[in-house]
Write a protein that binds this ligand. Structure first.
Ligand code: NAD
Length: 426
């Protein structure tokens, strides 16, 4: 074992996503027998930027928000990753998410590195014009660090097509010409890609289909539980119910609803759009987010946020297949318990890679100035997701490890090889 691994013993906090990411990285790097010098290079981000963002609020006073952009790795191409707005954003969370983007792009073999951004703010308490001013100032501060060849942001929690339009416009004003490929997840009319909005949820379904077949299950007999009803969770629920799965429980931040015989997803989504929560939906049993995770089901899809399945509840998880729609919903400590229980985990860096894969398609289309039909987008997405699933299964079998560690081994191997070939500029 290279000494770098032995010497580097950190105190691991279970709910710190960066520590969770590093624990898996270290484990995979060890199994891969990664060169200790390359290990030193790959275990740290390339660059971390902290920005203090002064914003005129609607009543005329100024608030100063803190924002981050972590650019983890550029070895395989421009950095790529979302931007989230939330009150509980931390630098360690953004670091973890940036690294996960590097590994995710490598797992699905698209030519990007990884990055992530975030601003500590409560968007539910801000007006559209306050959000616009904050987004534009954040973009202006990052102007030298982002761009189609440098770092290409995308939406994440509480950011949207509109946020991407503001970033693209601000960047273009500084460049003095329209630069559509600086962000992905834009509105379709603004050089976005057909299929992008649904791509993460669709990718979640595509890998679930492969896992369900691998386990000899039939869609109609497969009960699915989904935590989170945002971009990822709501599309996964809709597409999976259309495909014939029995979606038995869904939730949002306020709680969820459960019906052991299956929910009427179109009815529930119409209800949520109108009432902003499932709270008073009378046609199914109310259920808390924590109880929902422990429901009997074949497929569980956490599609909300980090640290939902931990050492405290992993023992009570009943699913056969866990599909990580969210980034980092399972802690490293929970992984061990799930493995003992023989739960088949499709890790985040594979399961939710449909979004960045379609973002890659959007970036390609923007640079060509030629836009594809939705069928072509969906067909190419399916090819990549299905091939990547089976590639990870092959790595898992070859190295005799679970799907998570197999994904990390595959990703680290790809990033390390490119880094070795490029060499270190000194
Ligand atoms: P979103 O903001 O559209 O939706 C988040 C959903 O989760 C909402 O329904 C919200 O009410 C719910 N939620 C938030 N906190 C919760 C909590 N503590 N408990 C239960 N529910 C909670 O976000 P999204 O884009 O759907 O992203 C969800 C997750 O998927 C995040 O981890 C994100 O990083 C990841 N992800 C998103 C994309 C994408 O393309 N949007 C791609 C890859 C990964």
């Amino acid at each position: 074992m290279p000494s770098a691994f032995v010497d580097d013993i950190r105190e691991v906090k279970e709910d710190n996503p960066f520590e969770s990411m590093m624990e898996r990285f270290d484990h995979a790097a060890q199994l891969l027998n990664l060169d200790p010098d390359l290990y030193k290079v790959l275990r740290v981000p390339n660059r971390e930027i902290t920005i203090y963002i002064p914003v005129f609020m609607d009543d005329g006073h100024i608030e100063v928000f803190t924002g981050y952009r972590v650019q983890h790795n550029f070895a395989r191409g421009p950095a790529k990753g979302g931007i989230r707005f939330a009150p509980n954003v931390t630098l360690d969370e953004i670091r973890a998410l940036a690294a996960w983007m590097t590994w995710k792009c490598a797992v699905v073999n698209i030519p990007f590195g990884g990055a992530m951004g975030g601003v500590i703010c409560d968007p539910s308490q801000m007006s559209q014009s306050e959000l616009e001013r904050m987004t534009r100032r954040y973009t202006a501060e990052l102007i030298d660090f982002i761009g189609p060849e440098r770092d290409v942001p995308a939406p994440d929690m509480n950011t949207s097509e509109q946020t991407m339009a503001w970033i693209m416009d601000t960047y273009s004003m500084h460049a003095r010409h329209t630069v559509t490929a600086v962000v992905t997840g834009k509105p379709i009319d603004l050089s976005g890609s057909k299929g992008r909005r649904e791509a993460t949820g669709r990718g979640v379904m595509l890998v679930t289909n492969e896992a369900v077949q691998k386990h000899g299950l039939k869609y109609g007999e497969t009960r699915v539980v989904i935590q989170g009803s945002g971009n990822v969770g709501s599309v996964a629920a809709q597409l999976m119910s259309e495909a014939g799965y029995q979606v038995v429980a869904v939730s949002d931040i306020h709680g969820g609803v459960y019906n052991e015989n299956g929910l009427d997803i179109p009815d529930l989504q119409a209800y949520l759009a109108k009432n902003k929560s499932f709270e008073k939906y009378g046609k199914a049993e109310p259920i808390s987010n924590m109880d929902l995770l422990e429901l009997p089901c074949e497929v569980l899809i956490p599609a909300a946020t980090e640290n939902q399945i931990t050492s405290h509840n992993a023992d009570r998880i009943q699913c056969k297949i866990l599909v990580e729609g969210a980034n980092g919903p399972t802690t490293a400590a929970a992984d061990e318990i799930l493995e003992r229980k023989n739960v088949f985990v499709i890790p985040d860096i594979l399961a939710n890679a449909g979004g960045v894969t379609c973002s890659y398609f959007e970036w390609v289309q923007d640079r060509m100035g030629y836009f594809w039909k939705e069928d072509m987008v969906n067909e190419r997405l399916k090819d990549i997701m299905v091939d990547s699933f089976h590639e990870v299964v092959r790595y898992a079998e070859r190295h005799n490890v679970n799907m998570r560690i197999a994904s990390y081994i595959l990703a680290i191997d790809r990033v390390a090889n490119i880094t070795r070939v490029r060499g270190i500029y000194a």
